[in-house]
Design a binder for this molecule. Structure first.
Ligand SMILES: Nc1ncnc2c1ncn2[C@@H]1O[C@H](COP(=O)(O)OP(=O)(O)O)[C@@H](O)[C@H]1O
Ligand SMILES: [Mg+2]
Length: 385
């Protein structure tokens, strides 16, 4: 099957989410895509929630903040690139994004202040399961709605699961709008009395947070929190619906990133099925760090040919075993690994028939600047057969 360059495949998309297991190259792929579109003339943003600062590093920047940082011309120049558009990068700050959302949803600035000052809110907004995923989607939705960028590429965190992203909005609403919780708290809200029953709250998330508070303080904070949030559930619910709508529209695309490792491929297949069961198609799959077969490049690989090449390069063929022999063995090993990778990629291709698959070879060096990202892009942009 022939495939178009990935940028052509995704040209109409405004939101691109790169998902996959940890360490496979999601951050690198996200940044490479945003770079490609910027060079082509779009205004792009790559948004990361990866706290490990990998994005800043791969862009050759020392740090990133909760505001968009424009990738300077000098960084493009250093990579020999001349962008026709602009590229921005940003690292999501969970707490700040929650605060902004509360500011927007609260009926009055006073109410927003009450919520933000509540200690339970302060803890929940950072530790609540799914909070990160929800806020990433919230941010992407906001950026998509305002149309400030032609395309936003979301780099998902190492631990995230494609499903978490699709369901994050529902889960947040569930936590905020938990009927059982409100029923239990009903009398408390009125009487502000401590009831032991509260400690048997059904919501695991709340329970997790419980340990951080002493009984009295916790209950007071919880009551205040719920009172403050009263009336905001509808807004959240509506918003959650809108986010879901955006993600399943033609504007959004999910790119599955994987390595050729059999276990990672299993995880990729799981992600693919999880997306499909939510009615979301995988737009493309990127198999990153595929071992190249040295035998296929026509370079010297037999001991005599290597010996000759070493002679030409005026390198002494010494040691025991000889350097030429060790090189030949390394090349043979690489060839075996390449063969294993090729078989895994073929298996994946069969399993995901119909999903365009892009192979990116394992590069010699880590990707830590625009030149490296561009190299990744060249593999994604090549016509492949
Ligand atoms: N094709 C590649 N060749 C060589 N190194 C790569 C390649 N792709 C990614 N890397 C390196 O692998 C590491 C992990 O990549 P990263 O994009 O941070 O993965 P993830 O975001 O999925 O955790 C980084 O150090 C990156 O520079
Ligand atoms: Mg990452």
């Amino acid at each position: 099957m022939t495939r178009p360059p990935i940028s052509a495949l995704l040209a109409q998309r405004k939101v691109i989410c790169c998902v996959g297991s940890g360490g496979v190259g999601k951050t690198t792929t996200s940044a490479a895509l945003a770079l490609r579109f910027a060079v082509e003339g779009k205004k792009t943003l790559v948004l990361t929630i990866d706290p490990a600062r990998r994005l800043a590093n791969s862009l050759g920047l020392s740090a990133l903040g909760n505001r968009e940082t424009r990738i300077g011309d000098e960084l493009f120049r250093a990579a020999g690139l001349k962008p026709h558009g602009e590229m921005y990068a940003m690292m999501l700050d969970l707490k700040l994004t929650w605060d902004e959302l509360v500011d927007r949803q609260a009926p009055s600035p006073e109410k927003a202040r009450q919520i933000k000052e509540n200690r339970l809110y302060q803890t929940l907004s950072t530790v609540m399961a799914g909070s990160l995923e929800y806020m990433a989607m919230e941010k992407v939705y906001e950026l998509w709605r305002t149309g400030r960028f032609d395309v936003v590429v979301l780099d998902t965190p190492p631990t995230a699961n494609a499903l978490d992203f699709l369901h994050a909005a529902d889960r947040i609403v569930d936590v905020l709008d938990n009927d059982a919780l409100r029923m239990l708290l009903g009398p408390l809200l009125k009487a502000s009395r401590v009831g032991l029953r509260l400690f048997a709250l059904p919501t695991g998330i709340i329970l997790k947070t419980l340990g951080r508070f002493t009984g009295q303080d916790f209950l007071r904070d919880l009551a205040q929190f719920l009172v403050a949030f009263e009336g905001m559930y509808e807004g959240f619910k509506e918003r959650a619906g809108e986010v879901k709508h955006m993600l399943s529209s033609r504007d959004a695309a999910f790119v599955l990133v994987t390595s050729p490792n059999p276990l990672t491929i299993e995880e990729a297949l799981f992600f693919h099925r999880a997306l499909a069961s939510d009615g979301v198609q995988t737009a493309a799959v990127v198999v990153n760090r595929v071992q190249r077969d040295p035998h296929r490049f026509g370079g010297p690989d037999s001991v005599p040919a290597l010996r000759e090449a070493l002679q030409l390069a005026q390198i002494k063929d010494g040691g025991d075993p000889l350097l030429s022999q060790r090189l030949a063995r390394t090349l043979a090993e690489q060839s075996t690994l390449a063969d294993l990778d090729r078989r895994e990629v073929e298996r994946l291709e069969r399993m995901l028939s119909g999903v365009p698959l892009y192979k990116v070879p394992r590069l010699r060096k880590d990707v830590h600047d625009l030149a490296g990202l561009w190299q990744i892009d060249q593999c994604l942009s090549a016509m492949q057969e």
